[in-house]
Design a binder for this molecule. Structure first.
Ligand code: MF3
Ligand code: CO
Ligand code: CO
Length: 275
C-alpha cells in the first residue's frame, strides 16, 4: 500500500465519505480555477505539428509560474505533468515527441495541486479541421458530462449521475467506458467515492453537502471495451474506435452543485473546426 492509499484506508473500510467545509471549498475554487486556466492556455497551442511533449512542458511551466504542482508527476510511477489522449486513446496517454496531425482529436487532462488542494479537469481539443463524426462524439461527451453534473444535489446518489450519463450517451448510439471512473478528491488525488459513468437511479452512495469529486465520462463511438498498452498507462479502445472525455471537479452544495473547474475564458468546450 502506498502512502496515499494508507491515508484513505480507514475511510475505505467504513465506507464513510469525507465531508468538507467552507475552507476546503475556498481551496478547491482556487485549485479548480488555476487548472481551468492551464487548459485555457493550451487552446492556442494545440495545432498540427505540435508535440504532446511540448504541451506537457507548457503545462509544467504554467504550474511552476503559479505556485502549483502537477499531481500526475511521479504519481504511481507516472513521469509527466499531464495526460494527452489522442483519437482511440481513452485516457492516460503519455505525452511524447510525435507531432499532432490535422484531424486528430485530443484530450488534455490537467490536475494541479494548489495549497494542497487538487483541481482535476480535462477537455477535448481539435487539431486543425476534424471529421464530422469526431465532432459529434466530442459534443455527445461534453453533454454527457453536463447531464451527469446536473444530477448532483444532496439526497441524489452516485448512481443517478451514472444513469444520466449512460442514458444520454447510449441514446446517441455511443458507449460508456466501464473500466475507469470519476473519484473523490480534495487533499488526496484519488479518494472515495468512485463515480461510475453508468448505473441505475438510486444506486450507490447518497450525496451530501460537502462531498468533493470528479465526473469524467469516457465515451466511445464503437464498443466500450478498453485495453492498457505495454507502457502500463495508455488505455485504448479494443476496436480502435474514437474515444472522447471531459472532466470537471465539483462539490455538493446545500442546494445543488458547484463546478470548480469552469473556464474563466469560456473555453470549457474548445471550439472545433469541422470538415
Ligand atoms: N487526471 C487523471 C484523472 O482524472 C489521473 C491521471 S493519473 C496519471 O483521474 F498518473 F496518469 F497522471
Ligand atoms: Co480525475
Ligand atoms: Co483528470
Amino acid at each position: 500500500m502506498t502512502f496515499v492509499d494508507a491515508a484513505a484506508a480507514p475511510r475505505r473500510k467504513t465506507g464513510e465519505i469525507k465531508l468538507y467545509g467552507q475552507d476546503a471549498f475556498a481551496g478547491m475554487r482556487k485549485a479548480g480555477k488555476l487548472t481551468a486556466e492551464a487548459l485555457d492556455m493550451l487552446v492556442a497551442e494545440v495545432r498540427p505539428g505540435v508535440t504532446t511533449e511540448r504541451l506537457d512542458k507548457l503545462a509544467f511551466d504554467f504550474a511552476m509560474d503559479h505556485g502549483a504542482y502537477p499531481a500526475p508527476l511521479m504519481y504511481r510511477g507516472y513521469r509527466r505533468a499531464i495526460c494527452t489522449s489522442i483519437n482511440h486513446v481513452v485516457c492516460h496517454g503519455i505525452p511524447n515527441d510525435k507531432p499532432l496531425r490535422e484531424g486528430d482529436v485530443l484530450n488534455v487532462d490537467v490536475t494541479l495541486i494548489v495549497d494542497g488542494w487538487h483541481g482535476d479537469s480535462s477537455r477535448m481539443y481539435g487539431v486543425g479541421t476534424i471529421p464530422r463524426r469526431a465532432a459529434r462524439l466530442v459534443d455527445v461527451t461534453y453533454e454527457s458530462l453536463m447531464r451527469g453534473i446536473a444530477a448532483v444535489r444532496p439526497g441524489a446518489t452516485t448512481g443517478d449521475i451514472g444513469h444520466a450519463i449512460q442514458v444520454f450517451a447510449e441514446a446517441e448510439r455511443c458507449s460508456v467506458v466501464r473500466d475507469f471512473c470519476g473519484h473523490g478528491l480534495g487533499r488526496l488525488f484519488h479518494d472515495e467515492p468512485n463515480i461510475l459513468h453508468y448505473g441505475r437511479v438510486g444506486e450507490g452512495v447518497v450525496l451530501r453537502p460537502g462531498m468533493l469529486f470528479t465526473i469524467e465520462p469516457m465515451i466511445n463511438l464503437g464498443r466500450p471495451h478498453v485495453k492498457v498498452l505495454g507502457d502500463g498507462w495508455t488505455a485504448v479502445t479494443r476496436d480502435r474506435s474514437l474515444s472522447a472525455q471531459f472532466e470537471h471537479t465539483v462539490g455538493v452544495t446545500d442546494d445543488g452543485v458547484e463546478i470548480f473547474t469552469l473556464s474563466p475564458a469560456g473555453l470549457h468546450r474548445p471550439p472545433l473546426t469541422v470538415d
